[in-house]
Design a protein around this ligand. Structure first.
Ligand code: ADP
Length: 161
């Protein structure tokens, strides 16, 4: 069975992420979307909330499983019986960080392959941080995040600001 892992913060999940998930799910028997616990970041949504939101957003894609992890990514991917990491790429600004990270992972685990999927043009400008900023100042986020999560995201951002 071919298994891919799509790691990220997903704070919150956006339509840009979903586009990558649905395209990547066609390349694997199972795609694991894994929320990374980053001790250096204070997220808007708890780990459990992000997992729930991802479950809701991906419920129509049968070969996706949502999970969470902390620690080294390649150790986690190995534990899932996979050697494939899927990441999305937007602008050139994503490239430098992703390039360095993919090489670092390969250095410690040469069998690990990071696969980059180019964003679809209609989602290229969408980021979790952009969504948060937009909602904070009262802008509409409809069409940018899964419809079923819009209200929850707006409510949380208003509560926090
Ligand atoms: P991280 O904190 O690990 O960068 P993110 O949740 O911000 O996690 O992003 C997870 C992955 O999704 C990254 O590979 C990122 O480049 C990709 N991504 C985010 N937004 C988009 C988008 N609009 N189109 C394509 N890929 C995206």
């Amino acid at each position: 069975m071919r298994i891919g892992v799509c790691p990220g913060s997903f704070d919150p999940v956006t339509n840009g992420h979903l586009d990558i998930f649905s395209r990547a799910s066609k390349m694997f028997d199972l795609l694991i979307v894994a929320v990374f616990h980053n001790p250096n970041k204070t997220p808007l949504f708890t780990m459990q909330e992000r997992v729930e939101m991802l479950n809701q957003a991906t419920k129509d894609i049968p070969n996706i499983k949502v999970d969470s992890f902390s620690g080294l990514l390649n150790d986690y991917v190995r534990r899932q019986n996979s050697t494939f990491i899927v990441r999305g790429l937007r602008a050139l600004s994503d490239f430098e960080y992703e390039f360095q990270r993919a090489l670092l992972i390969k250095k410690i685990d040469p069998a690990m392959e990071t696969i980059f999927m180019m964003t679809s043009s209609e989602y290229s400008f969408i980021s979790s941080s952009g969504i948060k900023e937009l909602a904070k100042f009262g802008g509409t986020i409809s069409g940018l995040v899964p419809e079923c999560l819009e209200e929850k995201i707006i409510k949380r951002i208003r509560e926090k600001s």
